[in-house]
Design a protein around this ligand. Structure first.
Ligand SMILES: [Fe+2]
Length: 450
């Protein structure tokens, strides 16, 4: 089916048919549910050599990876950067790649790892020796640090609202638990997505993991999938000892973040399982009092959509996360917001992770309207609305989580909770106290690191 016709059919299904089967679910707040909105196709306004789709990501050891695409295949993979606008003290050359998918061939995809960088510092940079100047701020050396958390983002007018709300917040790192562009094999939509998010993704590190919409597998021709995702969104898997871009981890300002792969093998003999076990065993909770995990298909979910899809992964990996005293697990996939209590093996457990589903970034598929009734006592808040979350680690012991619903053009904080770290909960400590004294409210790692 041609692209435009397919979109029209999808729009019809979501705008006309979907509401007919809408939910009678009552949320904690009376609110008229937002209908889906149209896709935004964002075009490139510059020359062939001008950088587009610029995004940055943490790349281990005080480094940042700068990624962008040029239509010009001769454009150099160099980044010039410095701490003052227009004054570039450093030039680093990186690598480039490209990929083909049926009749589509990507532009030149550049990845340049720069650093070491100073924490909490503005840097100004230019890609490929020409074009506009961009800037970013490195994460702080000490608490507090704030994460924006958005799943199932897509590229609709709701996405645009979500990004505007996130962009209005003073956050440090963007976390995305899968389903980025919803290109679904229509490769120009990957380019459009990169352009749409560039104002944010060029200014703060975007750390993502894959969802089902990244797979783009096709029998025999593309049997392994992820051609576009792996070429465009290189994450610090090598820096974290992972064999695959589909799962990795990173440390930032006293927080160890584990990005898991719902669509990579996770069984006991798999590389992901072995890597995760080693990764969690190495975490020094004195330096990293918080551990947060992200994955796509939720392990706990009381929405009627996608029931049971995360169950096999939960059975394989839940014990590792529990023993690793992971504080919070974020998931996407279900297009709604849901917050659970701390859980282990389907029971409330004060040493287990808190589970949050945040798959409501603004994708074209619309909202998952129905939650099971009666509500599970494990599920403390459910709401099918577009929005985003903010997680602020105030210090080594306390964090504030808030969920911000897209209310027309405003952002409205509809849910919030204070969270205590498991590393500061004596009854949950494994193998005695942390190897160092816990950081105070003003320290996390040493002063020169983020
Ligand atoms: Fe998904």
């Amino acid at each position: 089916m041609p692209c435009c016709l397919r979109m029209l059919v999808l729009d019809f299904l979501f705008l006309v048919v979907h509401p007919l089967f809408g939910s009678s679910h009552t949320s904690p707040h009376e609110f008229i549910r937002q209908p889906p909105k149209g896709i935004i196709f964002t075009r490139h306004g510059g020359s062939a050599s001008d950088p587009q789709q610029v995004h940055i990501s943490l790349a281990g050891g005080q480094h940042m990876r700068i990624s962008w695409i040029t239509e010009d295949k001769k454009a150099p993979s160099t980044v010039e950067y410095g701490k003052s606008p227009g004054k570039y003290d450093n030039t680093i050359t990186g690598v480039h790649t490209s990929y083909s998918y049926f009749f589509y061939t990507s532009g030149k995809i550049h990845h340049v790892r720069i650093g070491p960088l100073e924490p909490g510092t503005m840097y100004y940079y230019r890609c490929g020796g020409s074009g506009p100047e961009f800037s970013f701020r490195t994460p702080p050396a000490r608490f507090p640090i704030e994460f924006a958390v958005v799943g199932d983002l897509g590229q609709t007018e709701w996405t645009s609202s979500t990004l505007a709300h996130v962009g209005g917040a003073d956050y440090d790192v963007f976390l995305l638990p899968g389903d980025l562009s919803y290109a679904d094999s229509q490769q120009p939509l990957w380019d459009s997505f990169g352009r749409l998010v560039e104002p944010l993704s060029s200014a703060r590190p975007w750390m993502v993991t894959e969802g089902n919409h990244e797979i783009e597998m096709f029998p025999i021709i593309y049997p392994h999938g992820f051609s576009s995702y792996n070429a465009r969104w290189v994450m610090p898997y090598e820096e974290s000892g992972s064999p695959s871009n589909l799962y990795y981890s990173f440390d930032v300002t006293g927080v160890h973040v584990v990005m898991l792969g719902s669509y990579a093998d996770f069984h006991e003999r798999s590389e992901q399982y072995q890597w995760l076990r080693n990764d969690l065993a190495k975490v020094d909770r004195g330096r990293m009092p918080w551990v947060v995990a992200l994955l796509h298909a939720p392990w706990y979910n009381t929405n009627e959509a996608h029931q049971g899809e995360g169950e096999e992964m939960r059975k394989a990996l839940e014990e590792l996360l529990y023993d690793g005293r992971v504080d919070i697990v974020f998931a996407g996939h279900v297009h709604a917001y849901e917050r659970f209590t701390r859980i282990y093996n389907n029971k409330e457990d004060h040493c287990g992770p808190m589970y949050i589903t945040i798959g409501d970034g603004g994708n074209r598929e619309g909202l998952a309207m129905r939650f099971k009734e009666p509500a599970s006592p494990l599920s403390l808040y459910q709401e099918p609305s577009f929005g985003h979350g903010r997680l602020k680690m105030v210090n080594g012991t306390h964090a504030h989580w808030s969920w911000h619903r897209n209310k027309d053009t405003d952002s409205y904080m509809a849910d919030e909770i204070w969270i205590e770290s498991l590393s500061s909960t004596n009854s949950c400590l494994v193998g005695g106290p942390p190897s160092r004294s816990l950081p105070s409210s003003t320290s996390s790692s040493s002063k020169d690191e983020f």
